[in-house]
Design a protein around this ligand. Structure first.
Ligand code: GDP
Ligand code: GDP
Length: 499
């Protein structure tokens, strides 16, 4: 992991490197289509312009669900929203405090500066910005300053001219053309007037994204059966295939055709990938060749879930652990099958438990089955384990639930202070699944230990049995405040009075 967290300035003002701990491959999981990332729309504006009223209006009947926990401030509030079948994440920046990086005391900072800082954060985190202005007040210095930030950002911006409760208010909305951000949309967040047109404009501004659909299930689930030589892979395969009907499905074309087998287990068809590799015993190559074979066999690449077979009658080997790590790094669902259970006596069982505890703690979340390919013991437990792991792998946590949980967690256990500053987690989204991937938007670097803590608590709260979980952060660049006047037209002179 790169060690230097200072000066990560990029064009968006966020460091988008992955700060996950598992070192997971960043590619989409499982070979199935990765779920499309849901675009983020941030709502910005001065206090009291009607941001939260508008957010509630957009969320409609869902607002009851997303009601904040009493006593918790209105920050880190991100919600799942849909409009005309399109899903997006709506971020209410209303409660965001000014960024903690500035030397000036927060209390003494001018309102314009605070709102501008909020807008900068929002811009960096969002795919589009909904800028709310109160037409009954008109354009203030703060609005001007925010508009300058938004224009510079290059992000799509939709201007909501709010509090246009009736026809006579509309001319005031037109005055907001002066912000230089395109057409102002007259709305009344309070009464709902104009909000449909506004949302149409927001959707039109979003980057092209697939509709709110889950990728289809694309045939039988794909299972890779892997493990070091002699743990019993061929025996297990034969036992499973022998019990049920077997179809050999040759994927033609390459010199070394990977051959999959469809095996029916528990009334469900499963696609065991690259069984030719197992049957041909290419896995009997040793050492470095073995890992090369594991990687290039494509079995893991093509699988959604891996069953790692371990010989329970022998001490866990370095190779076993490396195979488990390979699965985690590839971001596949994982089941660990302890084979040759017929050879395991009470004494060995106790020692095995200790070995697992000590050496396999990074995969504590993987379902475990104790089987015997030789006797057929507990083979029926394989299917429920596979199903549990796949379900964990495909878990999606609703954004509102994720953030209200996170708010409580961070309030109880804040990130450790680093360099005299308390990093703030603004909000989180689940950026992907298969496996679940969470992105924390932060104002400062979060220690690896704190990210591991979050992963542990995520598991306690939401499950993810049998799946790696990826937690990364988007860290706001350290140079938080660019010269305020660059490109901006917010005049330093003629400052209008604000509350
Ligand atoms: P925020 O601080 O930007 O989130 O603003 P709020 O949503 O809390 O709204 C501030 C005040 O403006 C509240 O008293 C709202 O009832 C009022 N308000 C919001 N939208 C409208 C609107 O469309 N018309 C009118 N007349 N009042 C509104
Ligand atoms: P692979 O290299 O992983 O495919 O392993 P094999 O299926 O070839 O098995 C290696 C050896 O372990 C063979 O001698 C098998 O008979 C034996 N074996 C496999 N499964 C079991 C089991 O559950 N119990 C016992 N006692 N022996 C097994």
């Amino acid at each position: 992991m790169p060690g230097n967290e200072d000066g990560w300035e990029d064009s968006s003002g966020w460091d988008e490197r992955d700060w996950g701990d598992g070192g997971l491959a960043s590619g989409p999981g499982g070979g199935r289509e990765a779920a499309p990332p849901v675009p983020v729309v941030a709502v910005v504006g001065r206090p009291n312009v009607g941001k939260s009223t508008l957010v509630n209006r957009i969320l409609g009947s869902r607002q009851a669900v997303v009601q904040d926990t009493p006593g918790v401030t209105r920050d880190r509030v991100a919600y799942d929203a849909t409009w005309r079948g399109r899903a997006f994440t709506l971020v209410d920046t209303g409660g965001w405090e000014p960024s903690p990086g500035s030397e000036a005391g927060q209390a003494s900072r001018a309102l314009a500066e605070q709102v501008t800082a909020q807008a900068q954060l929002a811009v960096a985190a969002a795919d589009a910005v909904l800028f709310v202005v109160d037409v009954t007040v008109g354009i203030t210095d703060s609005d001007d300053a925010v508009a300058a930030v938004l224009r510079r950002s290059g992000k799509p911006v939709v201007v909501a001219a709010n509090k246009v409760d009736d026809m006579p208010g509309e001319p005031a909305a037109a005055a907001l053309w002066a912000l230089g951000l395109g057409e102002p949309w007259p709305v009344s967040a309070l009464h709902g007037r104009g909000s449909g047109d506004l949302l149409d404009a927001v959707l039109a501004a979003l980057p092209e994204a697939p509709a709110d659909t889950q990728p289809g299930t694309g045939g039988p689930r794909r299972v890779a059966l892997i493990g070091r030589p002699n743990v019993g892979k061929s025996s297990l395969l034969n036992k499973l295939a022998g019990q049920e009907r077997v179809l050999v499905d040759a994927v033609a074309g390459t010199t070394r055709d990977p051959v999959d087998e469809l095996i029916e287990l528990g009334g469900i068809s499963w696609r065991f990938v690259d069984t030719a590799g197992i049957r041909r015993r290419v896995s009997h190559t040793q050492g470095a060749d073995f890992y090369a074979a594991l990687r290039t066999s494509g079995a893991l690449e093509r699988a959604e879930v891996a069953v790692v077979l371990v010989d329970a009658s022998e001490p866990l080997a370095e190779q076993d652990l490396r195979i488990v790590s390979t699965v985690i790094e590839a971001g596949r669902a994982l089941v660990i099958a302890y084979n040759k259970w017929d050879l395991v006596d009470e004494d060995r069982r106790l020692r095995l438990d200790k070995e697992i505890d000590r050496q396999l703690h990074t995969a504590r979340w993987a379902p475990r089955v104790n089987i015997s390919a030789a006797t057929g013991r507990h083979l029926d437990r394989l299917v429920p384990a596979l199903q549990a792991a796949l379900a964990g792998w495909e878990t999606r946590v609703p954004t509102g639930r994720l953030n209200s949980w996170l708010t409580g967690l961070v309030a109880a256990t804040p990130p450790p202070v680093r360099g005299g500053r308390q990093p703030k987690i603004l909000f989180a989204t689940q950026a992907g699944l298969r496996p679940p991937h969470f992105v924390l938007f932060t104002t400062g670097f979060l220690e690896a230990s704190y990210r591991r803590f979050i992963e542990r608590r995520l598991r306690e709260e939401f499950g993810f049995e049998g799946s790696p979980v990826r937690v990364s952060m988007r860290l706001r660049a350290k140079a938080q405040r660019r010269p305020a006047s660059r490109g901006g037209r917010a005049g330093r002179t003629g400052r209008r009075q604000e509350r």
